[in-house]
Design a protein around this ligand. Structure first.
Ligand code: UD1
Length: 343
């Protein structure tokens, strides 16, 4: 298939592009480089041994999106593009609602107009809110989220369901990610957050490489085995494989829409991640335990049974793999993509 990957220069998008091409698909990328660096495209060309067509614009732009579909053959879309920082979404909610919803509307309308009805959408475990029993299962209702970012995911899931309910020629896969970490095994592409990382793994990696002095652990008085929060960390390569599996499944399915969790099915604590990273990198990770971060849940992980059974997919990378690959990327690229000359 010829697959349009929105946000294909971003962290999860770029890893998915590599696996799509390895699986025999053709890829077209659209990205506004709002949270990605142009240098990633040259690295993707090198990794895949092909020149990937690239459109540099924001898919909220309806005219440009329409023009893209009018001029490129597109069989399917994987929609990653969007704003994703939970804390920032509280500060600038209108930007989050506008960007994440309008990009989806713009794509859906252009797709429909051009007879393309196959879509994989990036959702998040955040849609389970704070009441769902652990492990999280896909059928849980009602969806809810504690941040504007999370609510954009809930809203888009509802939009997709309503559309697919009445326009039954759609084939939509909704993928709920748990905590994506890790990097391509080559160390040439990885996560490159702007400014101070919000998320645990990139923060630890920047401490290990000497960009930050120490980690702050947000609370060690949770009702968990070691008192720190537990999450379902999933290697970005497993996540990317999940997208390829979901795409192959939906095109051969009778269901207009289906949702899958992409997680490992196990929880790992903050302290366990710190220890695993020290083992993988050989670097000490100094930390202070500070107060809890507002909005953090004590522990959650995926029930990954549905993806195992229906997609034939399961996560294969351990937390040690995740740390080793993150470290390879971070140590080879201490300043992220800013180390590279733009190709
Ligand atoms: C957050 C988002 C989630 C998003 C995910 C991306 C919420 C509430 N959170 O998840 O939507 O998909 O990022 O990976 O929607 N921690 C520290 N010190 C730090 C940073 C984090 O101790 O400097 C702890 C946190 O308290 C948490 C764990 O590490 O227990 C993981 O945090 P983080 O990587 O930010 O992910 P989540 O908050 O689980």
């Amino acid at each position: 298939m010829r697959v349009l990957v929105s946000g294909g220069a971003g962290y999860i998008g770029s890893h998915t592009v590599v696996q799509l091409i390895a699986a025999g698909h053709e890829v077209v990328v659209v990205d506004n480089f709002g949270n990605a660096k142009p240098a990633v495209m040259g690295r993707l060309d090198t990794l895949t041994g092909t020149h990937i067509p690239m459109h540099a614009f924001d898919v909220t732009d309806k005219d440009k999106t329409e023009h893209l579909f009018a001029t490129e053959r597109i069989d399917a879309v994987i929609h990653f593009a969007g704003l994703k920082a939970v804390g920032e979404s509280v500060q600038i909610p209108l930007d989050y609602y506008q960007n994440n919803l309008e990009s989806t509307f713009s794509l859906l309308r252009a797709m429909r107009r051009h007879g393309c009805h196959t879509l994989v959408f990036s959702s998040s475990a955040t849609v389970y809110g704070d009441q769902a029993p652990v492990p999280y299962q896909e059928d849980y209702e009602p969806l809810g989220a504690a941040s504007p970012y999370g609510r954009t995911k809930v809203m888009i899931e509802h939009v997709l369901r309503d559309v697919a309910h009445i326009e039954t020629d759609w084939r939509i896969g909704v993928l709920r990610y748990f905590n994506p970490v890790g990097a391509h095994v080559s160390g040439t592409i990885g996560e490159d957050p702007q400014g101070i990382p919000n998320n645990l793994m990139p923060f630890i990696a920047q401490v290990a490489v000497g960009r930050r002095e120490k980690l702050q652990i947000f609370g060690d008085d949770y009702p968990t085995p070691d008192g720190t929060c537990q999450r379902d960390y999933i290697h970005v390569e497993d996540l990317a494989a999940g997208h390829v599996a979901a795409l192959n499944r939906i095109v051969n399915s009778d269901d207009p829409i289906r949702t899958w969790n992409l997680g490992t099915g196990t929880g790992t604590s903050v302290l366990e991640v710190v220890k695993a990273f020290e083992r993988a990198s050989g670097q000490p990770i100094p930390y202070d335990v500070v107060g809890r971060r507002a909005g953090d849940l004590p522990a959650f992980w995926a029930d990954a049974t549905r993806a195992n059974e229906e997609l034939g997919w399961h996560a294969t990378h351990t937390i040690d793999d995740m740390c080793a690959d993150t470290w390879r990327w971070q140590s080879q690229n201490p300043q992220g993509y800013d180390d590279s000359v733009e190709e």
